[in-house]
Design a protein around this ligand. Structure first.
Ligand SMILES: [Zn+2]
Length: 315
């Protein structure tokens, strides 16, 4: 085995490590939520569908608006995100058509969250609360009616619940768990390409956990379905909120016990084994054909790097 290259300091994982204290105990007091919104230290993130608004600036653009500035926009929904060093933080939904108008604007910008994260367009401590707001506002936008009786529901608890006035069913925001895993066989690992990926990028396989399934079961099933590879031991690595729209990525490493790949072409454009040496050039952005791993904002980058740095532990 060649000596392990130096990949430098570990980058921060995008959307994770929130500084927000969610203060869930404050949510069911409507008067308290109003008082928090009136606090001079309060701030809000403005989100219109996939677009995040920010005031242009350097070195970073500023996505946090004062409540006064935010009041200039017609809110579709307001959610209480929590407290940042005691300062109340809100997410405010605006009409996507309104956000579109700021795409080409002198003072403001309206950009999708992936671009903001990958290009570092805002200070990274804003990414977790923006992810929290985006996922929660998306849930509100898609769950306006009771799934039990069809009546229009109303938001309560600072936006953390919707109630049906007719049948009294309570509806809670959902998170959709996804397993994302790197299967490896000694000194080589299995990477795949989805047709949606940018050219040259290869990543871990991934898939939604199904009802009645453990994440270990899902790792076994997805790796077998997408690449025909049977896995043995599974090791949990770490997880990442993934607000596209409301997922939680559960990162794992898996020991491959078979070698022959059979690609499910409905899911993947390609999949193959990569040697450690080749993966090193991809992580370092020095691959001769320009192949890459996903950027550090994505958990796949960290899963691959952890394997390269011998951090996989089956406990
Ligand atoms: Zn109902």
């Amino acid at each position: 085995m060649s000596p392990r290259p130096d990949f430098g300091p570990k980058p921060r994982l995008g959307y994770a490590g929130s500084r927000i204290e969610r203060a869930a105990e404050l949510r069911n007091d409507a008067a308290k939520i109003e008082a928090l919104a009136a606090d001079p230290r309060a701030g809000a993130y403005l989100i219109g569908g996939e677009l995040i608004l920010a005031r242009k600036g350097a070195p970073f653009n500023q996505p946090l608006f004062t409540m006064q500035d935010a009041a200039a926009f017609t809110a579709t929904e307001r959610v209480f995100l929590g407290l940042a060093d005691g300062a109340p933080r809100f997410g405010i939904g605006i009409a996507p058509a309104t956000a579109e108008k700021f795409k080409a604007h002198e003072e403001f910008m309206a950009t999708d969250l992936r671009s903001i994260a990958v290009q570092g367009l805002v200070d990274e401590h804003h990414l977790p609360p923006i992810a929290e707001a985006k996922a929660l506002l998306h849930w509100h936008a898609r769950h306006r009616f009771c799934s039990n009786c069809g009546t229009a529901t109303r938001p309560v608890d600072g936006g953390w619940k919707r109630e049906c006035p007719n049948c009294k069913t309570e509806h809670f925001p959902r998170t959709d768990p996804v397993v994302i895993m790197l299967a490896f066989d000694g000194d080589r690992c299995l990477l795949g390409r989805s047709p949606r990926f940018v050219p040259g990028m290869w990543s871990c396989l991934a898939g939604f956990i199904e009802p009645g399934e453990s994440f270990e079961d899902a790792v076994h099933r997805e790796t077998r379905e997408e690449a025909g590879i049977t896995c043995g031991r599974i090791a949990y690595y770490r997880s990442q909120p993934w607000p596209f729209p409301t997922s939680l990525m559960i990162g794992c490493h898996a020991e491959a016990v078979t070698k022959d790949i059979t690609i499910d072409r409905t899911e993947l454009e390609d999949a193959r084994w990569f040697s450690r040496d080749e993966v090193a050039t991809m992580l370092l952005r020095k691959h001769p054909q320009g192949l890459t791993t996903p950027p550090p904002v994505a958990i796949a980058h960290h899963i691959v790097r952890a394997w390269m740095e011998d951090e996989v532990s089956f406990g």
